[in-house]
Ligand binder design. Structure first.
Ligand SMILES: [Zn+2]
Length: 137
């Protein structure tokens, strides 16, 4: 049961922090579970016949790419948990303005406000992995 009293909770309020922490822990669990499954898949690849190698290499490559996405997410989530501990959570790292609670609820590991995120995404567009940045998280 949530009592918002019609006012958005501040990002650094004790209750809000507990909520964000819980969301982040859930995400961390999710990313770790994904990594666990994929590590298992990669480990099994060691026992396959030689003739399957070409296909395996492709699958393995895909798995490693997916692992990287989970790793990146895990890293962002861990960083956000650190910021919760140090009290820096919910503040844009670029312009130092508070990140709106709505954004934190959608992207609890957000480091930047929407404005800065968009500017950074624009800067990154000429780099190799725009798909990664296009993801909502
Ligand atoms: Zn900003």
């Amino acid at each position: 049961m949530r009592k918002t009293r019609g006012v958005a909770p501040a990002a650094n309020g004790a209750t809000a922090r507990r909520n964000y922490r819980q969301m982040l822990l859930d995400k961390r669990h999710e990313a770790l579970a994904n990594l666990g499954i994929k590590f298992d898949t990669v480990a099994k690849l060691g026992r396959v016949a030689e003739e399957d190698q070409a296909q395996i290499s492709h699958d393995e490559f895909v798995n490693l790419r997916l692992n990287k996405l989970d790793y990146d997410k895990l890293k962002l989530v861990n960083e956000a948990l650190d910021r919760l501990e140090t009290g820096e959570y919910g503040v844009c790292e670029r312009c130092e303005e508070p990140i709106p609670p709505k954004r934190l609820e959608a992207v609890p590991w957000a480091k930047y406000c929407v404005h800065c995120q968009e500017e950074l995404a624009r800067d990154y567009q000429e780099e190799e992995e725009p798909a990664l940045l296009a993801r909502t998280w």
